[in-house]
Design a protein around this ligand. Structure first.
Ligand SMILES: [Zn+2]
Length: 176
């Protein structure tokens, strides 16, 4: 659609087909530039599209506005293994509702503050932010083979949240 929008989006083989607005929300409908995908079982290329069920996922905010991507989720048929497979996307993990970069951003923000303020700023529930944080941490742990410290980290983050909420209730008590 828009060359500049595609450039800003920074996702490979993707073009923005349309862009719609709602108050403080932006929706970008994406289209893939490739007609084929590698089979997740045998790696062979397939262009036999079986079905496409687009999903809505959260991405980093654009100019302070909550941003969602409407991503095609394509399922192909592989002649080689005679099986169906869902296309793997480099910018999001299968089954997640966020882009990888959004999850990385949330992880970083929680480390800098704590879950409670991040959930407020991002308009996500506490559980969702906690879920993203745990997921990211588990991934990092697998990547650098570190063990044990997940519990420590969650304790640290939760301790911060407990402090925040007790501080908040103190303030409320004082105000009443
Ligand atoms: Zn295959």
């Amino acid at each position: 659609m828009d060359f500049h929008l595609d450039t800003l989006l920074q996702l490979p083989n993707v073009t923005v087909e349309s862009c719609t607005h709602q108050p403080n929300e932006v929706y970008l409908k994406l289209r893939f530039l490739t007609e084929q995908a590698n089979c997740s079982h045998c790696e062979k290329l397939s262009s036999e599209l079986h079905q496409n069920r687009p999903i809505l996922i959260r991405d980093l905010s654009v100019f302070g506005q909550t941003t969602y991507l409407k991503v095609p989720r394509r399922q192909f048929y592989c002649r080689e293994c005679q099986r169906y497979f869902s296309e793997l996307l480099p910018f999001m993990e299968a089954g997640r509702q966020y882009t990888r970069r959004y999850e990385a951003h949330i992880y970083q923000q929680v480390q800098l503050s704590s879950i409670e303020p991040v959930s407020r700023i991002e308009g996500l529930t506490f559980e969702r932010v906690q879920g993203i944080f745990k997921h990211q941490y588990a991934q990092k742990k697998t990547n650098n083979g570190k063990e044990l410290s997940e519990l420590e980290l969650m304790k640290l983050v939760n301790a911060k949240d407990i402090k925040t909420s007790s501080r908040l209730s103190e303030t409320l008590k004082r105000e009443n």
